[in-house]
Structures are given as C-alpha cells and as structure tokens.
Design a protein around this ligand. Structure first.
Ligand code: GDP
Ligand code: MG
Length: 307
C-alpha cells in the first residue's frame, strides 16, 4: 500500500518538475497556457469554439489542443475557428501530463502563440492532480450538473484559479441555484473568481479571454489555499478524501460505467493529429455545415509516437 502511495507521489513529483520546466519555457517566449478541466459535456469545446473566434477578432495569436480518449470530433469543431488546433488521443489515459503536452507542442505550436487553450480529458478526477505548466487553471461546471459538485470534487475545484459556470442560458429551466453553487465553491477554494458564461448566448466570453491574458502577464491570478498548502508541505499530494487524486482504476470495481483505466504502464502511446490550417487558409466562419473531415482538414496526419 505504502509502495503504491510512494509510486504515485513519485509520478506526480516528476510531472510537477516537467510542468514547471514547460511553464518556464513557454512564458519565456510569451505563451500562456490555460488548462480547462470539467466533466464530459460541461461545454468546454462549445465555449472554446466561441473563445477562439473572439481571440482572433481581437488579434490575439491563439491555439488550442484538445485531449480525448477517442475521436477527433472536438478538434474538427475547434478547427473551424481557423486557428491552429491539435487533437491528442490518450489511448485510455484519462488525463494529460506535462511531459506529454510538451512533446505534442514540439514542432507544432507556432512560436508567436500568445494563448494556448488546453481542453483536458473530460472528467473531474484524473486531471486534477496534474499540473500541465499552465498559467491559469480553469474548472468548468455547467448549470445542469448540480450545485454540490465543488464539494464532491474538492481537488478539481480547490486547485482552480478560475471557476467558469457554463450554459447559463438554461439556468432557469434547470433551477440552478447560483448562490448555493457559489457558497460551495467558496468552501473548497476561498476567494476564487466565478465567471458566468453561455456559449449559446456569448455571455462571459470577453471576461474569460481577459483573465487568460492577465494570467500570462502574471497579474492578479488567484492562488488557491490548497495550492499554497501543497507548496508549504513540500508538495504533499495526499488526496483530500482518499480518492480524488488523479487516478481512476478501471478494473474490478463492478459499479459505475466511467472507469477509464489510468495506469501508467498499461496505456498505449497516445497520438495526435494536427488540425492547423494551412497558411492563408481561412475556415474562420464555417459554421452550420456538416463536415467532411478529410475535406476540411487536409493536413491531418498521424503524429509521431510519443512514448
Ligand atoms: N444550452 C446550452 N448548451 C450548451 C452550451 N454549451 C454547450 N452546450 C451543449 O452541451 C453539450 C456538450 O458540449 P461540449 O462542448 O461538447 O462539452 P465538452 O464535453 O465539455 O467539450 C452539447 O450538446 C452542447 O451543445 C451553452 O452555453 N448552452
Ligand atoms: Mg469537448
């Protein structure tokens, strides 16, 4: 048992080192990483679709990398914005790691990128323990998920530097209790800002972009109590309640459907596809069409193996 804990600590400590190196390298060249965490279906991709367009409109050099267990659906959606987009398929791994991210950025991320949005694999457990070298960690929760989720996922919410509520356009229909949600967030992460958004209506898009850019400038970014505590204890990665810590074990539990395996030695290499538009190509306003992927993204190629 202790060995397992030690092993986890070692894996996480290694990731922390890689994350800090990546953060140093990227900030030195003026690139800010925004790490987006949420459960599947919270609306990460929908929000990003709008956010990328807004960034373009404001002449912010932006790019997006999206990670999923399977399918390139999200990259296809995001690539419509016309900005560089890359899909990472994790082959069973339920989160991204800093080393993986670094390798996927190599040779792909344009030098002048100011803002890189990373859409993490959709779940609130695995990704929470893994720093990706981001300057801003954002946790998203849609109004349909229930106001108690910050309490149920204290690591994901506790380590967030910004909380985004999505789908506010349907808040009334699902009787979202904003005050209760805010109170629960405050309990696990005192002082963190909560931004209300709707990809449908365009609410909050400018605020999220402003906060992302401000994080790059290092101004006024929230430091969660939980992060401070981890730093003070020499990066003690002890889980808050024993389980909420980065790993979902996929075998033999016999309950629940969403047990992606997350064993460091058993997953495949992870691969990626580049949805970066050809120079001069403009897919910027190509909404409302069904896509033929090959047609829309002629540059899609299997990336080099990363492990
Ligand atoms: N009403 C409403 N639905 C949304 C909004 N954003 C996303 N959705 C819907 O929520 C579902 C999941 O969205 P998606 O972006 O794929 O979530 P992801 O899994 O977090 O990337 C889709 O059916 C979206 O149309 C929103 O702002 N308002
Ligand atoms: Mg998505």
């Amino acid at each position: 048992m202790c060995r397992v804990v030690d092993l986890r600590q070692a894996v996480l400590a290694k990731n922390d080192g890689a994350a800090q190196a990546l953060r140093d390298e990227l900030t030195a060249r003026g690139t800010t990483v925004v790490n987006l965490l949420s459960s599947p279906g919270s609306g990460k991709t929908a929000l990003l679709e709008r956010e990328l367009l807004l960034a373009r409109e404001r002449s912010v050099a932006v790019a997006a990398l999206t990670a999923d267990l399977a399918t390139e659906n999200d990259a296809v959606r995001l690539a419509r914005s016309g900005v560089p987009v890359k899909q990472v398929l994790t082959d069973g791994l339920c989160h991204l790691e800093a080393g993986m991210l670094g390798r996927h950025l190599d040779g792909w991320l344009p030098e002048d990128t100011r803002l890189l949005f990373v859409e993490n694999v959709g779940n609130l457990v695995c990704p929470a323990g893994y720093d990706l070298g981001e300057s801003l960690r954002v946790v998203l929760a849609s109004v349909t998920e229930g106001e108690d989720k910050p309490l149920k996922y204290p690591t994901a919410f506790g380590l967030a530097q910004l909380v985004v509520v999505t789908k506010t356009d349907i808040a009334q229909a699902v009787e979202f209790d904003e005050a209760a949600f805010r109170a629960n967030v405050e309990r696990v992460n005192p002082g963190v800002e909560i931004v209300m958004t709707s990809a449908r209506k365009g609410e909050g898009l400018g605020l999220l972009l402003d906060r992302s850019l401000a994080a790059g400038a290092g101004t006024g970014t929230h430091t969660p109590v939980m992060a401070r505590r981890q730093q003070a204890t020499g990066h003690d990665h002890a889980p808050v309640h024993g389980h909420d810590h980065g790993h979902l074990h996929g075998h033999g539990h016999g309950h629940g459907a969403d047990h992606e395996s997350d064993h460091h030695h058993h997953h495949g290499p992870g691969h990626a596809h580049d949805h970066t538009p050809a120079p001069g190509a403009d897919h910027g306003h190509d909404h409302g069409h069904d896509h033929d992927r090959d047609h829309e993204h002629p540059q899609v190629q299997p990336a080099a193996q990363t492990r």
